[in-house]
Design a protein around this ligand. Structure first.
Ligand code: ZN
Length: 358
């Protein structure tokens, strides 16, 4: 499936979505690498550049992700990745990000898991300070590893609660290991006060989401969109105030929806389910969090008021400090009150220019 085009039918009179303050709660650190950095690293290490953008299965998607991870070989590579991810988030109008990350992937090559986590947190906070992006980390265990690794990671996450780690997640193939195996890990993370944000409900449907709710007690679910197949589950998500961290491009590229216009985001919102929009893996999906909002506007006909509500949900569901959340909500409200620019003069001017160049 090709990457999703986001350039269709964007109304000239709408507010600038890059100016809408938002949090990107669903992105993966390595999956947000810049294409140019990927090419640089591949060249430096004399490796082939992983081909991104077309996957026949989730297995191929994961294979590509692992190829990207293998190109991060020094602390300097990691520092560059983090800095660029923060800069790209700022360009999308994100004021807060909390990428999914697992430092044990890089231990001992780049230091201990604590050393790697310290490196990422220091680099993220430093990069964000000068450009107005708050930075937290979602430590994420993998369904493709031994569940005991998840328990070890949860203890690390608990140690860093209040020191940069804000959430605990679960990534990988939903079909690989059911949530039961991760019950202990998530209990540790919850007891430490972390936001619980596992992936579920993209590759599998209702049973996966229901067992995730029953066993892991999430605050948020990355994806979760296949809940739409069961009205009672949609109602439960709404009643329990679970936020779905939706990524339109991922659902399209991985074939969860055949046509983006059929995406269930509007239905979920109308049903009272809280949803944020995130970029997931901008490198692999060729998107950005800004592109997600643009797609919601252009392909799902969402209004500025609805997009502002999604942005508000994203910041309210984040691990950002309380005062930061309050300030950002005020800025989002201000965005909705901005005058919509009347671009009719510019449109006429552009038509005139077109005539000149014909
Ligand atoms: Zn994800």
């Amino acid at each position: 499936m090709p990457a999703l085009s986001t350039t269709r039918d964007i109304a000239l009179s709408d507010r600038t979505l890059a100016n809408l303050p938002k949090a990107d709660l669903h992105l993966h650190l390595e999956g947000a690498m810049r294409p140019g950095t990927l090419a640089d690293l591949a060249s430096t290490y004399a490796e082939p550049t992983p081909q991104v953008g077309c996957y026949r299965s989730f297995g191929e998607f994961q294979h590509c992700y692992r190829a990207v991870v293998k190109l991060i070989r020094t602390r300097s590579d990691m520092r560059r990745l983090v800095r660029e991810v923060v800069e790209d988030a700022a360009a999308s109008g994100a004021v807060w990000i909390e990428p999914h990350f697992n430092p044990t992937t890089y231990a001992p090559a780049l230091g201990s898991a604590e050393d790697v986590l310290d490196l990422v947190l220091d680099a993220g906070v430093a990069a964000g300070r000068s450009i107005g992006v708050g930075f937290g980390i979602t430590l994420s265990a993998s369904r493709n590893r031994d569940p005991r690794d998840a328990t070890v990671l949860a203890r690390l996450a608990a140690d860093y609660a209040g020191r940069g780690v804000v959430a605990f997640g679960l990534t990988g193939d939903e079909a690989a290991t059911p949530p039961e195996a991760f019950r202990e890990a998530f209990a540790i993370a919850r007891d430490a006060g972390l936001i619980i944000a596992p992936h579920a409900g993209e590759l599998l449907g209702e049973p996966s989401i229901r067992s995730t709710l029953d066993i892991l007690s999430p605050d948020r679910i990355a994806h979760g969109v296949r809940a739409v197949e069961h009205p009672a589950l949609v109602e439960r998500l709404a009643n329990e105030r679970i936020t779905l961290d939706v990524c339109l491009a991922s659902n399209y590229v991985l074939g969860v929806v055949k046509h983006i216009e059929e995406h269930p985001l509007p239905h979920l919102l109308e049903s009272g389910v809280l949803c944020s929009l995130g970029s997931d893996d901008p490198l692999l999906l060729q998107n950005s969090v800004l592109a997600e909002y643009q797609t919601a506007r252009s392909h799902l006909s969402m209004t500025d008021r609805q997009l502002a509500a999604i942005a508000s949900t994203s910041i309210q569901s984040s691990g950002a400090p309380t005062d930061f959340i309050a300030q950002t909500l005020t800025k989002i409200e201000e965005w909705t009150k901005e005058d919509v620019p009347d671009l009719s003069d510019q449109r006429l001017h552009r038509d005139h220019e077109d005539c000149d160049t014909r």
